[in-house]
Structure formats: C-alpha cells, structure tokens
Design a protein around this ligand. Sequence first.
Ligand code: BEZ
Length: 231
Amino acid sequence: MSAPTLRLGSKAPNFQSETSNGPIDFYEFAGDQWVVLFSHPDDFTPVCTTELGAFAKLEPEFTKRGAKLLGLSANKPDSHRAWIKDINELSQTNLSFPIVADPERKVAHLYDMIDYQDATNVDDKGVQFTIRSVFIIDPKKTIRLIISYPASTGRNTAEVLRVLDSLQLGDKNRVTTPINWTPGDDVIVHPTVSNDEAKTLFPKFKIVKPYLRFTPLEVEQDIRNTYKSKL
Ligand code: BEZ
C-alpha cells in the first residue's frame, strides 16, 4: 500500500486511536487549538526518552500559545504508560499529554511518517522504522510544519516552539520572520505589502533592499521572555 503524501498545506487526516490516556478522535482532541504531533518508532528508546521529557517540561509554553502536544509511538498503551514512568523519573517532569498507541503503524502510515526502507532501516522484526516526525497543525487542521529527524539526533523543542511563534505571528500580521528570529527581533514585511501600505501598517519599517524590508513588531512580554531562559 503506497503511503499518502502529506505536504505543507495538506489537510491533516483525522484518525481514531488508543493513547496512553484512553481513546481519542484526533479532530475532537484538537478542537480549535493548534497541535504539535511528534512521533517515535518504539518505546524505551534512548533519544526519544529525552525528547518526551523535554516536550513535557515545555508543555506550559505550548499551552500558553493555544497548542496541544500529542506524541505517538509504535507500541501499546500499557507500554507507553510504563515508559512515561521512566520519562518522568529521568526528566523530573509529569508528562500528561497523550501518546498515541500505534503498534500497527496505521497512523504513522496515514501521516507518511515511515522512513525510506533500506537494508538498515528495520527493527529486529524486519519492520521499517516509523520516521521521527514533527508536525505543526493549525486550528483549521492544515499542516503548517513537517520536520523529519534521524534516530541519532534528538529534536529541539525550542525550535518547534519558535516555529509556532513565527506561524502565529505571521497569521496575525503581514510579516515573515528571518533566519534565527526569536520573538522581539525585527521581522520582514511580507512581499505582498506595498511600501505605501507598509507606511501605515509598520511606520518604523526600513528598506534594506526593495525585496527586503524589516520592521520592529511588538510581541507579548510573556512570549519574549520564554527565549531569555534556556529552553
Ligand atoms: C532512540 O534512541 O530514541 C532511537 C533509537 C533507534 C531508533 C529510533 C530512536
């Protein structure tokens, strides 16, 4: 069966699944919130253990931005619950968001998370690994970010939060965000905004090149402060 192809802008498919917190319907779970969905190939894997702990620690920041966390791993709920005990012990946290139980990799397949299969990309049963993906899905269920990580490299929760902040800022204002931007830094005036419009919308905007115009943009103190501490 060929995998569906999901791209930025695709509608996130709905699914029903067991999770570490009981059954969910994805759309009902999401409601009108943003969702950060991130996947793992197996419980009790070392890199993934550290990642789940870090996401659990940062959950209040996602909540503040109207985003829900949803993990996924290709094991059953009892295994997830046992793994969560380890995660909490090791990261000194209290992971409470659900982890989708996907032992048959149905959701992993639906979301096109399965890695390219080659001779090395199999577990001890010969099944291909679930790709280690991060999706940001907006309240309209549109996929706004897809990142795939190799098993060897732990994800960066601060980067996921930063992309969420950029997307939310760009949805509210006609701006984009430059390289390594964090909230409070100058932003880029969107190319569709004429200079005349920019004079009204962004009175302090500066033209660096005709195609590159920067402007300061007020961001809530609370959001800016997140980036002052080590995330
Ligand atoms: C991990 O360390 O989390 C991991 C190991 C093998 C495959 C995928 C993840």
